[in-house]
Design a binder for this molecule. Structure first.
Ligand SMILES: [Zn+2]
Length: 367
């Protein structure tokens, strides 16, 4: 960019950041994204045709059916019905969709991603071996990530309504025996209304006592902050999935700050699931300014018919987040990541170098 004068005024910076072509290249670190919710729709359509699934063959009609339409009213349980597990017929199908999903992540500006997936989701329809499926997904994801220069780790998702705590323990014991180094955490997801966190104390007590993985719990998304307290105290959550109800509980805010427990907030998803009714008043702005460790994430971009870049643009537009604020959000994500301290330090360093290159490319920040 040679001698071009760098932009210094807030409004010029904001104008640039609101452009999707610019924001998509802003380096991002994401800690809450489901593989099952991030499939490239064209590749899923291909899979659907190949396997003769009862889905529309016309692409536009297909999209309408498999995504949660943007104009539909928010509905948590209707949103969950979009996660269908009958896409796959062979191991190759699972490899194919994983490989292409991970390969696309860099188009959203991702530098590091903790991608979560449920082995049960991918295995259930065909009763595939859960251990083989897990190895295959990590292999496909690693290959795609290496090809595009993405740093990646994985979290194993367990779904509240699909398995009991005892079944989770059995599966977890088999999966941990695989000793896959790229798997760094355990996630609890699914219907938190009918399956509250206290039902899973035994499972997460075991995870905690093993000390092999950290845990993140979807909590306080469409429930009160009581579930967040329960997830932290009795499920030993090191991070909270969503946790939008934190905004109603000042003592919880103080506790999260003191303990450095981060919230994985997702502006678009929180609106579509009915977790938060007004995007422009999403709690991420207020919680960030109160110093609560918050991170910004996409959750399930393919189902939401959106991407992480859209969420970043919303953060700038609705909450006046500056480039510095966006960098802070990502540094929060580094600190909240489930990497060992030394790897976090390397990640931070690499990330900040990427940010410098971004600033240079678009003549942003500093003088
Ligand atoms: Zn989620």
């Amino acid at each position: 960019m040679g001698g071009e004068k760098r932009v210094n005024t807030v409004s010029d910076e904001k104008k640039k950041l609101l452009q999707k072509t610019v924001m998509k290249n802003f380096p991002k670190i994401e800690v809450h994204r489901h593989l099952e919710g991030t499939f490239p729709v064209d590749k899923l359509h291909q899979l659907s045709l190949k396997n003769n699934l009862e889905r529309p063959s016309d692409f536009e009609a297909f999209k309408k059916e498999v995504q949660f339409p943007k104009d539909s009213s928010p509905d948590f349980l209707a949103f969950l019905t979009k996660f269908r597990n009958d896409w796959y017929r062979t191991f190759d199908d699972v490899y194919f969709i994983t490989y292409h999903s991970v390969k696309e992540l860099v188009q959203d500006g991702l530098y590091y991603c903790e991608l979560r997936f449920s082995p049960e989701h991918f295995a259930l329809e065909n009763d595939f071996d859960r251990c083989e499926i897990t190895k295959l997904i990590v292999e496909a994801g690693n290959k795609a990530a290496a090809e595009v220069g993405l740093k990646i780790r994985y979290l194993l998702t367990f779904n509240r309504s699909k398995q009991t705590s005892g079944e989770m323990i059995d599966l977890y014991n088999r999966l941990k025996a695989l000793q896959i180094p790229e798997i760094v955490g355990i996630d609890l997801a699914g219907d938190e209304i009918n399956f509250p966190p206290e039902q899973f104390r035994d499972f997460f007590g075991l995870v905690e006592s093993d000390g092999l993985y950290k845990s993140t719990i979807h909590a306080g998304e469409v429930s009160s902050s009581e579930q967040i307290w329960e997830a932290i105290r009795n499920l030993h959550a090191a991070r909270i999935g969503h946790g939008t109800s934190t905004i109603d509980d000042p003592s919880l805010q103080d506790f999260l700050k003191e303990k450095g427990i981060a919230l994985e907030l997702c502006i678009t998803s929180n609106y579509q699931t009915g977790s938060w009714e007004d995007e422009r008043n999403h709690p991420i702005g207020a919680l960030y300014r109160k110093g609560v460790p918050v991170t910004l994430n996409s959750d399930d971009p393919f189902i939401q018919n959106t991407d992480l870049t859209d969420d970043y643009i919303k953060a700038v537009e609705y909450f006046g987040f500056t480039l510095q604020d966006l960098i802070r959000l990502n540094l929060n994500a580094v600190e909240a990541s489930f990497l060992p301290k030394q790897e976090q330090d390397r990640l931070r360093e690499g990330y900040l170098q990427k940010v410098e290159a971004f600033k240079e490319q678009y003549s942003l920040g500093g003088g």
